[in-house]
Design a binder for this molecule. Sequence first.
Ligand code: NAD
Length: 269
Amino acid sequence: MGKLDDRVIIVTGAARGQGEQEARLFAAEGAKVVVADVLDSQGEALVEEIGADAGVRDGKGGALYVHLDVGREEDWQAAVATAKDAFGKVDGLVNNAGILRFNELLATPLAEFQQIIQVNQIGCFLGIRTVAPEIADAGGGTIVNTASYAALTGMAYVGAYAATKHAVLGLTRVAALELASRRIRVNALCPGAVDTAMTNPAQLDPGADPEAARGAVAELYRKLVPMGRIGTPQEIAALALFLTGEDSSYITGQPFVVDGGWLAGVSVL
Ligand code: NAD
């Protein structure tokens, strides 16, 4: 028995990073996963790999790719229609897609601020609004929104990002209240620093030495994080699995911090 047998779950931003690991883990736990992203060739390659993965139980787990820009309402409608055609229902959603830009607040152009809102905040809202009725029709299920440690504290030079992640937490709480009677649980992931292209863009630069960049990032978080290291996307996927499966059956409306102790407080030594 997998923890997600018979579930059909859309994961946005799943072509790489945390979403990729969530898609892999969910499929290995028996779910049919709709890998949604704007990175079509990476998403399609991942779906092929998941399909061929020996960890996916015979005929149970599986995956399909859909092009979904989370800020576009029509993309959401098409993605849900494709998922229902393929798998008959949708009963889970992980709103994972997100973008980060570094800028001083006073130097942030309006267009940049709006772009971040469009993806991180409106994307999450559209996901909830489009998918929740399908989950209710399927008899209930789960929504996991990816917020951030920057949803719970300030972080200089990522003002627009932090504002959207605070908003994602607000949306999570309101959605949990409004959707509980429809048997939908809604929770939020609040990761600290995680080793993906978002924290280490050199992973995407074919000219850069990714190991050298990884070393610099690792050194930074060795100093900053009480547990002395950056998190892995697999560690975030494990929490997403907990919040999507029955192990969290009485939990809704909550933020879950996974950050190696970063938010626990300050240390004087
Ligand atoms: P990532 O950049 O590797 O992955 C983000 C994914 O989202 C990519 O596949 C990207 O193509 C996709 N995406 C971007 N815009 C999109 C759009 N408009 N529509 C659909 N997909 C889109 O980064 P990641 O670390 O895996 O980030 C995943 C989530 O975790 C994000 O919401 C991010 O804000 C959050 N987060 C990351 C960290 C971290 O340290 N990496 C910390 C806290 C929270």
